[in-house]
Design a protein. Structure first.
Length: 331
């Protein structure tokens, strides 16, 4: 199968992302780029798989796959590279210029500046924490344990954390590791920016073979199973829907458009998560734009988050609030 050069260029551009690209986005992206013409025909999953194979064969790249699960609903792909960083957005005109540039054309100074910015990074999120990233990569290479002097976790801080490193994800600045004093625990994720005083030890790391973070079960926010599971059903007005799109565009596959009159809640978000906090944070800032459906357990978890994180933070910062009139009618 011989694909035209512009088709391979488009596919490679779609796949070179720090995050995995859902199959549906690849189908739409390939169907909508036909050189000078546009096609509205959606490509089949089989066609996309074949295109990926051709790209790997002809350009020698390795495309990673994240399998479909009950939560993500569809497979996703990317060309992983440790040189990727969060790329600045391109306008439609700049995208067209980029495609022309790959075919031997020219680009304006603004586009070239953005491309140079993309190419200037060395490790994506690790670009801003190079010293830490180098230590973690060295620990994996030497197969020794890592001592983290302080880890600032979301719920609690930990000191003198001894870890068995399993894999370092340079694109997202995450270390997958096991706690050395709790070898029965599963592999956990640790964010690079939350680690302080990282030191390599002389203690050999516990061998751990066959770990692939792309095949580990995650919810759409990236959280792994920890014993809890919440089924979310959230009605949204247009503004809340817009905010969801801006903050979490990958969640659009979980949104249903409802046929309702203006002023109602024309969008419904339905998904399952292993951690309530990302949803609770989103809901907290938009309580007058959303309506929480679902079971009492999920609503109770969101209410508990508000009481602990929001009301507790208000009191801690000395902000005066009329608690008698303050209500949460949606909960």
């Amino acid at each position: 199968m011989k694909l035209k050069e512009h088709k391979l260029n488009q596919l490679e551009l779609l796949l070179r992302q720090t995050e995995f690209v859902p199959l549906s986005r690849l189908q739409a992206g390939l169907a909508n780029w036909e050189g000078s013409s546009r096609s509205k025909d959606q490509l089949s999953p089989r066609q996309v798989f074949r295109y990926i194979q051709v790209l790997e064969d002809q350009r020698g790249v390795q495309v990673e796959q994240r399998r479909a699960t009950e939560l993500t609903r569809e497979p996703a792909y990317r060309i992983y590279s440790p040189t990727m960083i969060d790329s600045p957005g391109l306008t439609d005109d700049q995208f067209e210029q980029l495609m022309a540039l790959m075919g031997g054309g020219r680009a304006d100074e603004e586009l070239m500046a953005k491309l140079l910015h993309i190419l200037s990074g060395t490790r994506a999120a690790s670009f801003y924490f190079r010293d830490k990233a180098i230590l973690l990569e060295r620990a994996l290479k030497q197969r020794v344990k890592v001592l983290v002097g302080q880890y600032y976790g979301r719920d609690r801080n930990e000191s003198a954390l001894l870890l068995d490193p399993v894999r370092y994800d340079g694109a997202n600045g995450r270390l997958y590791a096991m706690r050395s004093h709790k070898p029965e625990d599963p592999v956990n994720k640790y964010n690079l920016e939350l680690m302080e005083d990282i030191r390599l030890t002389d203690e050999p790391a516990t061998p751990f073979f066959g770990f692939d973070p792309n095949q580990v079960e995650h919810d759409p926010f990236g959280f792994m199973p920890r014993g809890e599971r919440f089924d979310i059903s959230l009605l949204m007005r247009p503004f809340a829907y817009s905010q969801l799109f801006r903050q979490f565009p990958h969640l659009m596959i979980f949104v249903e458009k409802l046929e309702l009159p203006a002023g109602a809640y024309p969008y419904r978000l339905q998904l399952t998560v292993y951690d309530i906090q990302p949803v609770a944070r989103f809901v907290t800032g938009l309580l007058d734009e959303v309506k929480i459906e679902g079971d009492e357990r999920t609503r109770g978890a969101i209410k508990q988050y508000i009481e602990k994180r929001v009301l507790g933070g208000v009191q801690e910062n000395g902000i005066e609030v009329d608690w008698i009139s303050l209500k949460f009618p949606l909960l």
